[in-house]
Design a protein. Sequence first.
Lengths: 482, 434
Amino acid sequence: MTDTAAVANLKALREGYKYGFVSDIESESAPPGLNEDTVRFIAAKKHEPEWLLAWRLESFRKWQTMATPHWAKLRIAPIDYQAATYYSAPKRQNAPTSLDEVDPELLKTYAKLGIPLNERAALAGVAVDAVFDSVSVATTFKKTLAGLGIVFCSFGEAVREHPELVRKYLGTVVPQGDNFFAALNSAVFSDGSFAYIPPGVRCPMELSTYFRINAAKSGQFERTLLVADKGSYVSYLEGCTAPQRDENQLHAAVVELVALENAEIKYSTVQNWYPGDAEGKGGIYNFVTKRGACRGARAKISWTQVETGSAITWKYPSCILEGDHSVGEFYSVAITNNYQQADTGTKMLHLGRNTRSTIISKGISAGKGQNTYRGLVRIQPKAENARNYTQCDSLLIGDKCGAHTVPYISARNPTARVEHEATTSKISDEQMFYCQQRGLSKEDALSLIVNGFCKEVLKELPMEFAVEAQKLLAVSLEGSVG
Amino acid sequence: MSALAEIQPYIEAFKARAQAGEPDWLWHRREGAMQRFAELGFPTRKQEAWRFTDLRPLQRVAFPPAIAVAQATTDDIALWRFKGETYRIVLVDGAFVPALSAIDDLPTGAWLASTAQTLREWPELLDPAVRETDTVGAQPFAALNAALFTDGFVLALQPGVALDRTIEVIHLGRAANRSSQLRNVILLGPNSRATVIESYAGTGAYWTNAVGVIGVGAGAALRHVKLQDEDTAAIHLGQHRVDLGCNARYESFTLSLGGRLARNETHLKLDGEGAACGLFGATLLRGEQEGTIATVVDHAAPGCTTREYFKSVADDRAHGVFLGTIGVRPQAQKTDANQLSKNLLLSRRAAVDTKPELEILADDVKCSHGATVGDLDETALFYLESRGITVAEARRILIEAFAAEVIERLEDDADLRAHLGRHVARWLAAGDSR
């Protein structure tokens, strides 16, 4: 896209939160509160097998013994876990076989969101497993994928149809008791996506899922599991929008990735959930555990995230580099404006020989936003010749925001090389002046500079996402200058 | 030992203490500090600032304050003496040794004496140094120090006084399973200047717990060198609290060589516009040593500068830790700060943890930090070997050069650089003779 086109697009998007609407769909919810009965209710609703219920209950018991983590640089109002609803599903969910059977209200919602379902899906070349609240309602491109032996379906469907795969990998990357929010998710997860790429298969299209939080007071607990078998490749896109709400909504997802020998997973996220209004009222709590394991030699996992939404973000997509020569990557742009808070980063655990990792993190703080990069690079004794390069840059816009960098580096092997660099600065007056002097408005100049600042990360995004991400940056920083 | 049993010997030691002519205000503060220590207890690894520190050597046995004054001769301190004429304070087991010290013929406007003497003759000087800061915050060892300190040194300069000689302070630990609780004070009036070298050494399994309170007034300059060369069976916990006024300059260099467990902490506040600090250091570790450098720099005023550069070398099973925080408050616009931590990992069983941290709340700032961990450069080793130098010698040369690079930061003082260089060479030679 040319710069002028980019600028035109940015202008088009400067209209407040585009996706702030509530669709009117009757949902069948679990009564508020959380106890073993809630867990059983969810399992029963979803007709889950006994082993999964047992797994959920085990997680729930672990969760009960755990305390909310406080180490992040976040101010979180106490969350009443007993006041939330843990299950809500659109009422008509009798397995639609075609789009005609899907609730028209739902389709309208998708239309507003711009999800390429139906023929738009074909044009965009994207297979969508649309998660609306908690239950998947339509899946496209299934046949094309099935032809290649690729399984791409809702989590619930995977439990029914591929229990052996789910059972083999569920909880192996993020154990049930990994952390408070992961344990909560393991107990009450509603639905999510599952993908399995068989050995040697290169997935021909970007797999994509849209998450939406819809019904009031319902936390959403997706569970995503991607398994790339030996020598396979998959690129997965995750995008999120949510309706405008005054109440804080809890979102505690778990994403597990498994890459076997020579496999590669590229996982891209654009997160633009409702960040709360300019006074810091409302907004989504986004407490996510994302982790990938490179289980075999030369496996590769690459995380790319653009975090512009949510009132609070607590998220550390990580890589466990077990296989020799495996590679982990983390590219991140996090923006906080108004009263948003983000504590995000990554963990790179080097276990195997010749493992490599790259971390590029760009944090932008504006308004009264607080943005923290928190990362860990750990080189275990057996990680011969491991290599890490980390770069985190922070950009400050305005004097009421904060940018923090908290990297941990632990090295246990002398052959390893670890490098970390970080800078914090503001947009220079010279840059702004140059752009304005060329006829750009202050806001356009800002967008341009910010997009340049994030370029290293944005270029890692798949094409469709890159465009959306650039627009989002502009929307998110609205009103932060001038 | 249980948490209570751990602190009990120190509480007993405090109870056994007499007020001994100390002013009431100090006694009250000591009581408050002791209470605070009893509440806090020993830090645990759950506390972020202590997560990498293994305090077990300090917890397994009690180190009540040393009582008997061991004898020491000029030979005992010769190794740490700084070249040329100096003002000198020598302490052994936490008590001043007048015979080895040299604090006569100070220029007018300069006060240099032991802490005990200062308490007798000019107790008000200690007032800013034993503040409620010991009773608030999670600093159990500073609180314990406030309650139990026996001696130390106090340097106070009137405005405009510039000392012609370097001040050297040498502390020797001798008494096994005893602690030396030292409280040191440096107060520089506006536009004064001084260079202070503190050296800590000794023999045996003792514990040195030193707290230094430093105030550098407007336009004043302090160069502060610390040589931590304790016995490898000893424990050293040192903390400097530094406050800088307008346009004040503070430059420190910490060379940490000894101690089985050593921690050098600096809490520095840039409190006046245009103040500048340079915190430099090298930590050399081998055997089972654990060495921590912790710095907390607080930019509380606009237009201040921080330069931090720390290096560590960890061989054998040693564990090197760097914890650096630079905080920039909202009002501290035009801050220019950078921080660098470079670490050499020389053995398969050695470990390095480094955490350079930035916390920035002002926008018009220039802040950066960096960290590296790795082994010696293979190409450099190969180059030296190809010139006929043995591997061991080549490694020694490269380690020496690694440390020298940060010592070079003391740009304008060749004697000081040579002094530190000698100790680095001695450390390396000790490794060769093993």
